[in-house]
Design a protein around this ligand. Structure first.
Ligand code: GDP
Ligand code: MG
Length: 592
């Protein structure tokens, strides 16, 4: 299509404000799918996405509207996938800012809209759900002006559910979002926006062409990766696949080039023509680094290979998580895995359980610490078990975040206390229409455990939360180990702030005491820093043998009891001469 007939836009919103519903409605209205083909929320196609109502992988659809080609990019709404949001936004010239007319501006609305502003987007506010009795579109408009600071002169009132305002949204896109710029005669320059593995097509690459054109049969080079490929398909999604001869400047579409693995395609890379290459690559190329690590161990040691296989399959479609083998005396063989954040961790864990039928033990999530050692070298720490001897450490740095929280006034006090307890530093506190907007700097370490759950329970679900990383800072951090019967249980080691160590240690010992069954001998459970014990509990010895009450005679009953005991043992981890039930690991790691 000629440049002036193209509009590229994304939809940004806080979770549940109606982004997917609106996207579906736009597709339906422009005839991308017949009513019969229109199943609810076509853009969220993974089962977990549907259930949780979140979009993980961004999807793109080409729409025809009044002689224009509109490319809609759905973006993930969650912070864990901020980089996916960012590169989708980089491929567009504008954005629809969807805000729930009853809820108003929330934390993720803000985080996403700031990214959009950074990309110089034309932003069209869409006040959605105006059909709700609680809708207050005028108030929400005012909020958008006050909190975000953008004009609502062209805001559209809509109901993605009833279809109200959909035509107005499409007209606003055509009228307000600027067409892309580009040079059809220049050498090919295209951005690799996203890639995923498709069982029929192999790796599919989503591209935004800047200059030149992409054609079937063309030999292309990935500039950062330095690899060459032959393009074998070019097309777009409507949302069904449509093959095209070429993609020109300003256009968004996909290519396939017989690539076997997603890992061979770096998101943000510049694609050019091998024979007639561009001289300047696109800026902003960056690899995503996992920020949260944890160990995943099969409950049944025999499942180790199956777990490896399943992780490999998941990685085919998600190059942002990493895994490598790890062995633990308590948990046997498993994998140390890296994730973009806690939701990412949960999603992978859930998919392993649900789609691959694996029973797993997850160790405490840990952030990435930077160590400066006395010998002048530095080291990144992904696993508390790998912490070197404290006497060799000069200093430890931990990652910090800046969190933005919206909370109704009545819960503000408890929320401030939560942030304070988590070593937070208050940066800002403002009131907007019965709600407080607070900005805190917090150590990521204090957020990864259960911050989000606590935030939701304190505010009865009304608080919203978003964050971004702001770099590493020095901290007074120590490695705390848990010892059962004087042996260190490596899977329970964690890095904690010195001031919080004692309380945390006491809590862990109390938990373990309740969770480990009595044995024939006394078992001390201790928390220690270095060689110093900071908390201690004792599990008393069992008084009787289970078979003692069977009075000699009844052999079969005795055997049954012993079998039952053996069965119970299978679900335990033998640790030295102590059996620790698996539930103990999971429960002990949960903060009270
Ligand atoms: P997303 O998380 O932003 O993609 O939100 P969804 O599109 O999944 O919508 C979240 C919920 O709001 C769903 O239950 C939708 O049916 C509902 N919803 C979306 N748009 C509207 C609307 O205009 N009116 C009403 N009443 N509900 C809506
Ligand atoms: Mg959605």
């Amino acid at each position: 299509a000629p440049l002036d007939k193209i509009r590229n836009f994304s939809i940004i919103a806080h979770i549940d404000h109606g982004k997917s519903t609106l996207a579906d409605r736009l597709i339906q209205h422009t005839g991308g799918l017949t009513a019969r083909e229109m199943s609810e929320q076509v853009l969220d196609n993974m089962e977990i996405e549907r259930e949780r109502g979140i979009t993980i992988k961004a999807q793109t659809v080409r729409l025809d509207y009044k002689g224009h080609v509109l490319n809609l990019m759905d973006t993930p709404g969650h912070v864990d996938f901020a980089y996916e949001v960012s590169r989708s936004l980089a491929a567009c010239e504008g954005a629809l800012l969807v805000v729930d007319a009853a809820q108003g501006v929330e934390a993720q609305t803000l985080a996403n809209v700031y990214q959009s502003i950074e990309h110089d987007h034309e932003i069209i506010p869409v006040i959605n759900k105006v059909d709700l009795p609680a809708a207050e579109p005028e108030r929400v408009k005012q909020q958008i002006e006050d909190i975000i600071g953008i004009s609502t002169e062209h805001a559209v009132l809509a109901s993605a559910k009833s279809g109200l305002g959909i035509e107005a949204v499409l007209d606003a896109i055509v009228a307000l979002i600027p067409p892309p710029k580009g040079d059809a005669t220049a050498p090919l320059k295209a951005m690799l926006v996203d890639s995923w593995y498709d069982p029929y097509l192999g790796v599919v690459i989503l591209v935004r062409v800047i200059d030149g054109s992409l054609r079937k049969g063309q030999e292309i080079t990935f500039m950062a990766q330095g690899t060459k490929h032959l393009v074998d398909r070019v097309g777009c999604f409507r949302p069904k696949i449509e093959q095209l001869d070429a993609l020109g400047p300003g256009e968004i579409g996909f290519i396939t080039a017989q690539i076997k693995e997603v890992a061979q395609t770096n998101v943000g890379d510049t694609i050019t023509d091998t024979k007639k290459p561009t001289t300047t690559a696109l800026p902003g190329f960056k690899t995503v680094q996992p920020v949260v690590f944890c160990g995943l161990f099969p409950t049944d040691a025999a499942d180790f290979e199956k777990l490896r296989d399943s992780l490999g399959k998941l990685r085919l479609n998600d190059a942002s998580f990493s895994f490598e083998t790890e062995s633990s005396a308590a948990l046997g063989f498993g994998f140390r895995c890296g994730f973009l954040g806690l939701l990412h961790l949960e999603i992978i864990q859930e998919r392993l359980t649900r789609e691959y039928d694996l029973d797993l033990i997850t160790t405490a999530p840990s952030v990435v610490y930077k160590l400066l050692l006395r010998d002048g070298t530095s080291k990144e720490l992904h696993n508390p078990a790998d912490m070197p001897d404290p006497s060799t450490i000069e200093l430890i740095e931990e990652p910090w975040i800046e969190a933005t929280i919206f909370v109704p006034d009545e819960y503000l006090g408890s929320l401030l206390k939560l942030c304070q307890d988590r070593r937070g530093i208050q940066k800002n506190l403002t009131y907007v229409g019965g709600r407080a907007q607070i900005v805190y700097e917090l150590p990521l370490n204090e957020v990864v455990f259960d911050f989000y759950d606590r935030l939701k329970s304190i505010s009865r679900g009304y608080a919203s939360f978003d964050y971004h990383q702001i770099g590493h800072r020095e901290g007074d951090l120590v490695k705390m180990t848990i010892m059962v019967n004087s042996e260190v249980v490596d899977a329970l080691s964690m890095i904690v702030h010195r001031d919080a160590a004692e309380a945390r240690g006491r809590h862990m010992c109390e938990r373990m005491k309740d969770l480990i069954p009595r044995h024939l001998f006394k078992i001390p459970v201790q928390a220690a820093i270095g060689g110093k014990v900071i908390a201690r509990e004792t599990i008393a010895a069992m008084r009787k043998d289970v078979t003692a009450k069977c009075y000699g005679g009844d052999i079969s009953r005795k055997k049954k009891l012993l079998d039952k005991q053996k069965e119970g043992k299978k679900r335990m981890r033998q640790y030295g001469n102590v059996d620790i039930p698996q539930e103990a690991f999971i429960a002990a790691l949960r903060m009270g």
